[in-house]
Design a protein around this ligand. Structure first.
Ligand code: NAP
Length: 263
């Protein structure tokens, strides 16, 4: 099946491991050219060369911290210099830290906003002129189930991520006529390095073993397991491809039934 992704240039943020990596791999398998970033240069280049070896795709990487506007600009410009165009943007970043409300100062809130919201705004603002130049493009934001159902201890995620969904609805409306689509993928618990940290955090805070902490997470999931990163990437592939050509301004939960609300 032709997904319309052959030689499409995909910018995938925060892609050296976890969900971002799975998205870059999935898009590369579907024929896209990948420009990926993360902060740690060694881990990033290892991830990029693994994708190259596994898919034969053109994969380029640049160390970028998505909280730094000048680094985002440089990444976008260097991608266009190298590949002439950008057709797909997958926004992603590390998750904001788990902090109790009264111990979270203004500086930490600002850092959370820079990481989780401003990075998305800046990436989108950077690619839109390039999308307009080639007659359209696809944006997929990785957000979270926390948009619909607050996750205990993940205060900043619960508060800041809904703003990304507000941004999505606004921009979907504003840019639909220019063939620019924007949608969100909302993962539930997914077995990545990030989740190992959350499990360790729970062990500490609740004084339980790793197996007990894991069971606490999955007991709230009707499918009784966490997602594999590739299962999140499948939803990203749908939104990035022509399979979703009439879909914009929407959000897809990939959560094993975790969110119970009648949305
Ligand atoms: N896993 C889950 O269960 C789950 C569920 C819902 C939502 N999410 C959200 O999905 C996103 C990805 O989660 P994950 O589990 O895949 O995380 P992860 O395994 O910790 O991977 C995070 C990736 O982002 C990169 N990164 C982190 N901060 C960055 C920055 N400032 N600039 C550029 N790259 C950065 C990391 O590389 P460097 O450290 O080298 O930069 C790494 O490649 C997070 O926002 C998370 O909150 C995850």
């Amino acid at each position: 099946m032709d997904l319309g992704l052959t030689n499409q240039v995909a910018l995938v943020a925060a892609a050296s491991q976890g969900i971002g990596y799975a998205c870059a791999l999935k898009l590369a398998e579907a024929g896209a050219i990948i420009s990926m970033c993360a902060r740690n240069p060694e881990r990033l280049e290892t991830a990029a060369s693994t994708i190259r070896e596994r898919t034969g795709a053109t994969v380029w990487s640049l160390p970028v911290d998505v909280t730094q506007p000048d680094q985002i600009e440089a990444w976008i410009q260097q991608t266009v210099d190298r590949f002439n165009q950008i057709n797909i943007l997958v926004t992603n970043a590390g998750g904001p830290p788990a902090t109790p409300f009264m111990a979270t100062g203004d500086g930490q809130w600002q850092k959370g906003v820079d990481l989780t919201l401003m990075s998305v705004i800046r990436l989108i603002r950077g690619v839109i002129p390039h999308f307009q130049r080639v007659g359209g493009g696809q944006i997929v934001n990785i957000t979270s189930v926390s948009v619909y159902q607050p996750i205990p201890r993940l205060l900043m995620s619960n508060v800041i991520r809904p703003a990304v969904h507000g941004l999505t609805k606004s921009l979907a409306d504003e840019y639909a006529a220019e063939n620019i689509r924007i949608n969100n993928v909302c993962p539930g618990y997914t077995l990545t390095e990030r989740v190992q940290e959350l499990v360790a955090d729970k062990c500490k805070s609740e004084g339980v073993s790793e197996a007990e902490a894991l069971a606490m997470f999955t007991s709230a999931i009707p499918m009784r397991r966490m997602a594999q990163p590739a299962e999140i990437a499948n939803a990203v592939l749908f939104y990035a491809s022509t399979l979703s050509s009439y879909v914009t301004g929407t959000s897809l939960l990939v959560d094993g039934g975790f969110v119970k609300a009648n949305l």
